[in-house]
Design a protein around this ligand. Structure first.
Ligand code: FMN
Length: 475
């Protein structure tokens, strides 16, 4: 560390992270290098690696795991064009965590500790949100990195049932030495079918209670949610996981009026035709009078998928993603059209590594490419037939059960898991009256959120009414 000054808190956030506001979440098997490259082209200003298991990474003999989870020998991960970057670990042992963090400290801007994972695997492995009640251990994990690492330590966590406990916890993390906190506004119990709303009010309370930067996580699905979230929480930046996976351009504003959401030109071509590289898209001023009510960029999903595959297949990319990551991305990106193109969906699903490993990217990557090219051909055909001088707003349809707006099927857009239909129909009127009260139509994702609207008896659920209202306010 001799000669190096370790910046802290806001100084670190400004000087090293460039005051990043648009942040791609850590995502196992999904925030890999190729996705990070694509994400930055569309406005992401800071990206996290997928979570790495510190126990496995700490052992220098486990080179396979190391190279798969953060490949240093290739010189690409954490290299100049992969910054700013935060590497995330899960751990329950300070020595193992430190040993692992030391390996990556020269290849990233900070090391994050995952204190939020709610999955069964985290329960078994005793990490993530299952450490939430062991504050002594958490303090030690954070403080060990704070004391011994060249780069700052940050932490990502879920909220507690009460604001008071959430704030107390955040303050403890700050005292331990965390230099940025990411607050995911959902409880440990909010996962799978119970995902529901993130509670922005709790994030706001955390932001007001600490003096280090805070990133807000949860409920970011459309571009307009970003400003709404920043406003509601006062957070310094907004982090998205699922919303960004379904639309890699989530952080980019809608291009100028000449932009036609349905044309066959890819967003890259659209921007290039204006001599604007995609990486500069986020600095474009917002539309003075947008052709649709959408404030964000919703490129044709097949174009995004092809652009992602071009990165994956590029001979200059040495650190290839595993087949599972690529398949996961393609299924999510092209989801709006997969139900109507079942043959392509089946072909995507059948692509596999012939040699049983992930080394044959030229083989399976080209197979994916063939499917996506065919998808693009069909989507361009559909768009040309449907548009005929009409706007996307005119073409947007109403989802029959919820009465909510859906963009044409060739455009990247968020996805909401169908909720339990009984619960949904029982609670839909409540959501509708909330929306009416807010003077807005229901955003599509209320279909997922509705089951989580708390009733008098759900005392431990998030206080979501104001959050829902503020979410609605941007639609
Ligand atoms: C595919 C996927 C993988 C994830 N992997 C991680 C992870 O490695 N580390 C982590 O802290 N959270 C992980 N998460 C949780 C997200 O980072 C985020 O906290 C959560 O999805 C809520 O954000 P969202 O509402 O924008 O989706 C993952 C989420 C998804 C969808």
């Amino acid at each position: 560390m001799a000669g190096q000054v370790k910046l802290c808190g806001y100084e670190f956030y400004r000087e090293v992270l460039g005051s990043a506001k648009y942040i791609v979440a850590p995502m196992v098997d999904q925030s890999e290098l190729a996705w990070r490259i694509l994400s930055r082209r569309y406005g992401a200003q800071l990206v996290y690696t997928p979570m790495i298991n510190a126990k496995m990474f700490a052992s220098s003999s486990n080179t396979r795991y190391r190279d798969q989870s953060f490949n240093i020998p290739n010189g690409e991960e954490g290299g100049v064009s992969d910054r700013p970057l935060i590497v995330q670990f899960c751990a329950n042992n300070p020595e193992q965590l430190l040993a692992s963090a030391k390996v990556v400290e020269d290849h990233c801007d900070a090391v994050d500790i995952n204190l939020g994972c709610p999955q069964e695997i985290a329960k078994k492995g005793h990490y993530g949100s299952f450490l939430q009640d062991e504050w002594g251990l958490i303090y030690e994990l954070v403080n060990t990195l704070h004391q011994n690492l060249k780069v700052p330590v940050t932490a990502k966590f879920r909220v507690f049932p009460t604001v008071e406990k959430t704030v107390e916890y955040a303050r403890m993390l700050e005292r331990a030495g965390a230099q940025i906190l990411t607050c995911h506004g959902r409880l440990r119990e909010q996962r799978g079918q119970n995902t529901g709303l993130a509670d922005w009010a709790k994030i706001r309370a955390v932001k007001e209670a600490v003096s280090i930067p805070v990133f807000a996580n949860g409920n970011i699905l459309y571009h307009s949610d970003i400003a709404a979230c920043l406003e509601a929480t006062g957070a310094d930046g907004v982090m998205s996981a699922e919303g960004q996976l379904y639309n890699a351009a989530l952080f980019a504003p809608a291009p100028r009026p000449s932009y036609n959401l349905a044309v066959s030109m890819s967003s890259q071509e659209t921007l290039t035709s204006r001599n604007i590289p995609p990486s500069h898209a986020p600095s474009l001023p917002p539309l003075p009078s947008p052709p649709t009510t959408l404030t964000g960029h919703h490129p044709p999903h097949a174009d995004l998928a092809l652009e992602y595959l071009a990165i994956v297949l590029s001979p200059s990319l040495k650190t290839k993603p595993p087949l599972s990551a690529v398949k996961g991305h393609l299924f999510k990106l092209m989801r709006p059209a997969l139900a109507r193109e079942p043959d392509l969906r089946d072909r995507l699903g059948r692509v596999c590594a012939r040699d049983g490993g992930d080394g044959g990217v030229e083989g399976w990557g080209r197979e994916f490419e063939g499917v996506v090219k065919e998808m693009k051909r069909r989507m361009d055909r559909d768009a040309a037939e449907a548009l005929q001088g009409r706007t996307i707003e005119e073409l947007a349809t109403i989802e029959p059960i919820t009465g909510l707006k859906v963009l044409p099927h060739w455009l990247a857009q968020p996805y909401f898991r169908p909720p339990n239909s009984t619960v949904q129909s029982a609670r839909k009127p409540a959501a509708e009256s909330l929306a009416t009260a807010a003077g807005e139509s229901l955003p599509k994702y209320v279909t997922e959120l509705v089951p989580m609207i708390p009733t008098q008896t759900e005392g431990s659920m998030p206080t979501s009414t104001p959050t829902l209202a503020s979410t609605l306010a941007c639609h």
